[in-house]
Design a protein around this ligand. Structure first.
Ligand code: PLP
Length: 406
């Protein structure tokens, strides 16, 4: 299909809304994306016509829900080219997935003195769970730095790795700098020393093609709501050989085989990691969102968003009053910036009143702000439904904001 921006925008009802009597311009896609009609419709349909508990019932509705939930698992597997759908575990999102892995992997494979390697540009979701693990196990967290352009210093990985290193966990696209990290290279370096690698694909899955077999990553996570799907759902992908060897994270219904007061045996993978009633409607909604992405084509989306990013970078620079944080050559459509002499929070408030939704603050990446010795930035993160006209309006308002506030 060709890239029809008008049709795409029509698919997202919220884009027609006004805020403060101004046409909404939504540039907060890094936080969460808007939902297209097919996703909204399938969630409504499930709540109004098909709601039922999965894996447990013997009746029509339960059968249907179970089938659709397992089809959603197949869709996710296909989308990231996992070898088997059983390698997909449904979770509450990227944060839930990383906490699950940090607990489960940590319980089995991490001991006192061991090391986990992450990067300086991680979202808090890929820092804190590993820090908590390190505290529990008296292990050590090591950091791959980035330079002032926002480029990861991948060459330092080989020297950071020791015989004590148990896992490397890396953000694919920085939610703050926009940097696209060379994850294939990172995985190759780590695998040379037989160290598994987890990829945080929360910001990449909706922008570029991610093939877990081609990358050969051991684990990968993403969230539905950042990829046009619902909130409260995401996945942890793990190679079968790892998932078979990891202990469950939570106990409860559905994750068990036989329960007695003396002992419990667990269900097979992936069910042993899905305790309790899962967010099955979320999973079905997320699969619909992936189908929607496929209907537009990831390559078309990536091309369009890259064009938007280059246009926005040029336009922001042309204002002459903006500093951009994150200037890596390989970059996604995420722009963090500050207007000279204007506090980010004031700028955010002004943008809001003019109908523009941006994020201001640390973007859950305080260590990135510490690198630049700043409190935070304004972040405009663009998606397939944004336009050059919206970018022009943002740049015009930057001058207005500067005039009023500096
Ligand atoms: N990782 C990255 C790179 C993110 O940008 C985010 C959210 O902004 C997360 C992880 C956490 O995602 P969630 O809040 O959906 O669990």
């Amino acid at each position: 299909m060709s890239f029809d921006i008008d049709k795409i925008r029509n698919d997202f009802p919220v884009l027609g809304e006004k805020v403060y009597n101004k046409q909404l311009i939504y540039f907060d896609n890094g936080a969460t994306t808007q939902k297209p009609s097919p996703v909204i419709e399938i969630i409504n349909k499930y709540h109004s016509k098909l709601n039922s508990s999965i894996h447990r019932g013997v009746h029509f509705l339960s059968d249907q829900a179970t089938n659709d939930y397992e089809d959603a698992r197949k869709k996710v597997a296909e989308f990231i080219n996992a070898e088997k759908s059983s390698e997909i575990i449904f979770t509450s999102g990227s944060t839930g997935s990383i906490n699950m892995l940090a607990f489960s992997f940590g319980e089995k494979f991490v001991s006192e003195g061991d090391e986990i390697i992450i990067t300086e540009m991680e979202h808090h979701a890929n820092i804190v769970p590993w820090q908590m693990l390190c505290e529990r196990k008296k292990a050590k967290l090591k950091i791959i730095p980035f330079n002032d352009e926002g480029i990861l210093q991948t060459e330092s990985l080989s020297t950071l790795i020791t015989e004590k290193t148990k896992l490397v966990s890396v953000i694919h696209i920085s939610n703050t700098l926009g940097t696209i990290n060379p994850i294939k290279n990172i995985i190759e370096i780590a695998h040379r020393q037989s160290i598994p690698v987890m990829i945080d694909a929360a910001q990449s899955i909706q922008h570029l093609s991610v093939d877990v077999q081609e990358l050969d990553c051991d684990f990968l996570v993403f969230s539905g709501h950042k990829a046009y799907g619902p909130t409260g759902i995401g996945i942890l992908y793990g190679k079968e050989k790892w998932l078979e060897n990891l202990p469950p994270y939570q106990g409860g219904g559905d994750m068990v085989d036989i329960v007695t007061f003396e002992n419990t045996t667990y269900n097979e993978v992936p069910f042993k990691f899905e305790a309790g009633t899962t967010n099955y409607i979320g999973a079905i909604g997320m699969a619909e969102a992936l189908r929607y992405i496929e209907s537009i084509g990831l390559e078309n989306i990536g091309k369009y968003e890259t064009e938007l990013m280059h246009y926005a970078t040029k336009k922001l620079k042309e204002t002459g009053i903006v500093t951009i944080y994150g200037n890596a050559p390989e970059k996604a459509s995420i722009l963090s910036f500050l207007i000279d002499g204007v506090h980010m929070a004031d700028a955010g408030m002004m943008f809001d009143k003019l109908g523009i939704a941006v994020r201001v603050g640390t973007h859950c990446a305080q260590t990135v702000m510490q690198h630049f010795n700043i409190d935070g930035t304004v972040r405009a993160s663009m998606s397939m439904y944004n336009t050059k006209e919206e970018i022009d309006y943002l740049c015009q308002t930057i001058h207005q904001v500067k005039a009023m506030l500096s």
